[in-house]
Design a binder for this molecule. Structure first.
Ligand code: LFR
Length: 480
C-alpha cells in the first residue's frame, strides 16, 4: 500500500526530537530519528535559547530521518527571534523564563486594562506572553533594528526554506490575536504601539511553508524537492490534535515541562469569570479553541532532579508511591515556581509557609509535587467544565507524563474520572497527522483521532481512593 513518511520536528523546553511518522491507509507508525538536549544558557544579559544549537540538531535529525515526503515543525510557544533588514538574526532569542518581564505587565495594563485585554485576545495572564516580552524590550537596540519577528518554529522553517510566515496556532500565544476573528487584534496592537508589520503573513496548519533550500538538502543528504508543511506549530496545538478522544465530552492534560489542562471548544469563552480563573483561549486546528490553564507541570520535578544530581527516576517514583498521600500540597499554578533554581527548597518553603508538614527526602518532595499536580489537574478540569458549560466523561493525559503511572493514577483519583493515558509523543503525532492530511491522508481531526485509537497503545486508569480527601486538600490550599 501507499505509505508516506513525514518528519516531525518537535522542540521542547528541555529536549528536541525529530520523529518520523509513516502513514498509510489505516496505519500510523512513529519512530525516533534523533533526540538532543535543549539547554538554555545564562549569560550576563539573562537566560537565552541556544537557537543555532537547536537548528544544528534539526539538521542532524533530518539527516537521520532519511527520505521523507514533508517536514513539519512545532515548539514551545511565545518566544521569538528578531531579524534585521538583511534577514540576519539579532541576538539569541530570550527564554520565556527570563526575568526581563518582571513587573512589566502592570505598565501594559495602564494603557490597556487587563479585562479589556482579555476580552480582545482571550489569553490568560502569563508574564511571558509575547506581548509582555515586547513591552519589556521596548527600548532595546535589537527591537529598534528589527525588521521581522519570527516565532521559534517559524524561524526554523525560515532557515530551512528561506520563506517567512507566522503560523496561526502559535501566533495566538502572542496575545496579539483575536480568537473570534482568528486574525490580528489590531486595536490592542495599535494602543500598545506594537508594529504588526514586524510579523510575516499568517499561515494555517496544512499550508505549504516552502521547500528545503539546496544547502539544506546537501547538508542532510536528502533529495529534493522536500516541502515544509505548516502544522499546529505550537506544540500544545499539535498535542491536542493527537488526543485520541471520541466525541466532544473529554478533557485533556498535555503533560511535559508544563501541564496544560482544559477543553477543546468551538468558540472562545471571554467572560470575566473565565479571566479571573486564568483560563486561556488559544487557537487550535479547524477553528477549534484550546480552552485551558497552564499548570507548572513536571518542571517542578525536573528542577528537583537537576538539584539532586539526576537520580534514577523510576526508583524515585516507586519510593514516592509509598509516601502517604496528600500530607502537604503546594499551588502548582503559582508563578512563583516559574524561574529555575533551588526548587526543593522553594517547595519545602511553600509547605512551611502554609503550615503543612515540610517534605524532606527526595521521595517526600516528589510525592508532594505529584499530589500537587493531580490537585491542580482536578481544579482545572472542574473549573473548565463549569466556565465553558461543557461537561466531560473522561480525561485524556498525553505527552511525557502519560508514562508516569503514579501521576496518571493520582489524576484519575483527584478528578474522579477515568484517565486514558497516551500517546506520550502526542505533539509529534499531531504534527505528522497535519502533514498527512495536507496530502489527503488520515482525514480530518476526528479521522486522525480514530487512526490514533487504532494504532497507539493507550492505558486506562479508573478513579479510586477517597475523593473527599482531594476536596479537603483543595480547601486547605485555598485557605493558606
Ligand atoms: C508547552 C508550552 C505551553 C506554553 C509554554 C511556554 O511546551 O508551549 O503551551 O504556555 O510552553 O511557551
Amino acid at each position: 500500500a501507499d505509505v508516506r513518511a513525514y518528519a516531525a520536528v518537535d522542540l521542547g523546553a528541555s529536549s528536541g526530537r525529530i520523529m518520523v511518522g509513516r502513514v498509510g491507509p489505516g496505519s500510523l507508525e512513529l519512530t525516533e530519528a534523533h533526540r538532543f538536549p535543549n539547554r538554555p544558557v545564562r549569560v550576563p544579559e539573562g537566560l537565552r535559547w541556544d537557537v543555532l544549537g537547536l537548528y544544528a540538531g534539526v539538521l542532524d535529525g533530518l539527516r537521520a530521518a532519511g527520505p521523507v515526503d514533508s517536514v513539519g515543525i512545532d515548539s514551545w510557544a511565545v518566544d521569538y527571534g528578531l531579524l534585521d533588514a538583511d534577514g540576519a538574526l539579532l541576538g539569541n532569542p530570550v527564554h520565556y523564563r527570563d526575568a526581563r518581564t518582571d513587573g512589566v505587565a502592570r505598565t501594559v495594563w495602564e494603557t490597556v486594562p487587563t479585562d479589556e485585554l482579555y476580552a480582545a485576545t482571550g489569553l490568560q495572564y502569563a508574564p511571558f506572553n509575547t506581548l509582555y516580552q515586547l513591552a519589556a524590550a521596548r527600548n532595546s537596540v535589537q527591537l529598534a533594528q528589527a525588521e521581522r519577528l519570527l516565532l521559534i518554529p517559524d524561524l526554523m522553517a525560515y532557515w530551512l526554506t528561506g520563506e517567512q510566515g507566522t503560523e496561526l496556532t502559535n501566533a495566538s500565544t502572542t496575545q496579539l490575536i483575536d480568537p473570534r476573528t482568528r486574525d490580528w487584534a489590531y486595536g490592542v496592537a495599535d494602543r500598545l504601539g506594537v508594529d504588526l508589520s514586524l510579523f510575516a503573513p499568517l499561515r494555517s496548519p496544512g499550508d505549504p511553508a516552502g521547500l528545503l533550500r539546496a544547502e539544506v538538502l546537501e547538508e542532510t543528504g536528502l533529495t529534493g524537492p522536500v516541502p515544509v508543511t505548516a502544522v499546529g506549530s505550537h506544540d500544545t496545538a499539535s498535542a491536542v490534535a493527537a488526543v485520541p478522544a471520541e466525541g466532544e465530552r473529554f478533557a485533556y492534560i498535555c503533560t511535559g515541562t508544563w501541564s496544560l489542562a482544559g477543553l477543546e471548544l468551538r468558540a472562545p469563552v471571554l467572560t470575566e469569570e473565565s479571566r479571573a480563573a486564568n483560563f486561556t483561549n488559544e487557537l487550535g486546528l479547524d477553528g477549534t479553541v484550546r480552552y485551558l490553564r497552564n499548570i507548572m507541570g513536571l518542571w517542578l520535578l525536573q528542577e528537583c532532579l537537576r538539584a539532586w544530581g539526576d537520580p534514577e527516576l523510576d526508583e524515585l517514583l516507586r519510593e514516592a508511591a509509598r509516601v502517604p498521600a496528600l500530607r502537604s500540597v503546594v499551588d502548582a499554578g503559582d508563578a512563583a515556581f516559574l524561574a529555575p533554581g533551588r526548587m526543593p527548597e522553594r517547595i519545602a518553603g511553600a509547605c512551611r509557609a502554609s503550615g503543612q508538614p515540610v517534605p524532606e527526602t527526595p521521595a517526600e518532595i516528589t510525592r508532594c509535587i505529584l499530589d500537587s499536580l493531580a490537585l491542580a489537574h482536578r481544579r482545572a478540569v472542574l473549573d473548565a467544565q463549569h466556565l465553558a458549560g461543557h461537561p466531560v466523561d473522561v480525561v485524556h493525559v498525553v505527552g511525557g507524563g502519560a508514562r508516569n503511572a503514579l501521576l496518571c493514577r493520582l489524576t484519575a483519583d483527584a478528578c474522579g474520572l477515568p484517565v486514558v493515558a497516551g500517546p506520550a509523543e502526542a505533539a509529534a503525532l499531531g504534527n505528522v497527522l497535519v502533514q498527512a492530511r495536507a496530502h489527503g491522508l488520515a482525514g480530518d481531526l476526528d479521522g486522525g483521532r480514530r487512526l490514533l485509537r487504532r494504532t497507539q497503545p493507550l492505558a486506562r486508569y479508573e478513579p479510586g481512593g477517597d475523593r473527599a480527601r482531594w476536596a479537603a486538600a483543595e480547601a486547605r490550599l485555598a485557605r493558606s
